[in-house]
Design a protein around this ligand. Structure first.
Ligand code: IMP
Ligand code: MG
Length: 172
């Protein structure tokens, strides 16, 4: 069967919204330094496009987790593949995620990372599917709220494919 991908959010819309988010972060964190933490691998395009539009001094770190499930949804069992390189104690930290779905990944990460005593910690996500939430957690800043559809592109994958599409699409 041939796979067709329908555009859900165009490259132009992504860039426009990410510019707004960068400006908002610059306003909120004026005079501060930020540690931006990308959750691998899905967040890398968003993190790159966002931070290169920011004027606030930023340092980057990455972590990688796997959530086990049936391929398109997580079941709440989260495994740390790669921890942060640097401590976050006393830092203003932003966790950067590609998409918040059930909320399990981020609520687990927030819980674990808060124990390391950052000065502040917020979660931003490019996409949010609030209708799928099973854990009570809301992102502090969201790029786009989307319906319950499985999407790919701009970092998001289906079985590791399609991450490098420059837009967000839906597989049909
Ligand atoms: P959560 O723990 O259920 O919130 O899952 C978040 C993770 O599930 C994301 O970081 C993605 O890796 C993956 N995910 C959830 N929905 C989608 C989707 O529509 N496309 C691709 N990956 C998704
Ligand atoms: Mg992910």
């Amino acid at each position: 069967m041939e796979v067709k991908i329908n555009t859900l959010i165009s490259q132009e819309s992504l860039e426009k919204r990410i510019q707004e988010m960068a400006e908002e972060l610059d306003r909120v964190y004026a005079g501060k330094e930020l540690r931006m933490i990308g959750i691998l691998k899905g967040s890398i395009y968003f993190l790159a496009e966002l931070t290169k539009r920011m004027k606030t001094p930023v340092t980057l770190d990455f972590l990688s987790v796997s959530s086990y499930g049936n391929g398109t949804t997580s079941n709440g069992v989260i495994h740390f593949n790669k921890d942060l390189d640097e401590p976050i104690e006393g830092r203003d930290v932003i966790l950067v995620e590609d998409i918040m779905d059930t909320g399990r990944t981020l609520s687990y990460l927030v819980e674990v990372l808060k124990e390391r005593k950052p000065a502040s910690m917020q979660v931003i996500t490019l996409l949010d599917k609030p209708s799928r939430r099973v854990v009570k957690i809301e992102p502090w800043m969201t790029g786009f709220t989307i319906p319950d559809k499985f999407v790919v592109g701009f970092g998001l994958d289906y079985a590791q494919n399609y991450r490098n599409l420059p837009y967000i699409g839906e597989i049909s």
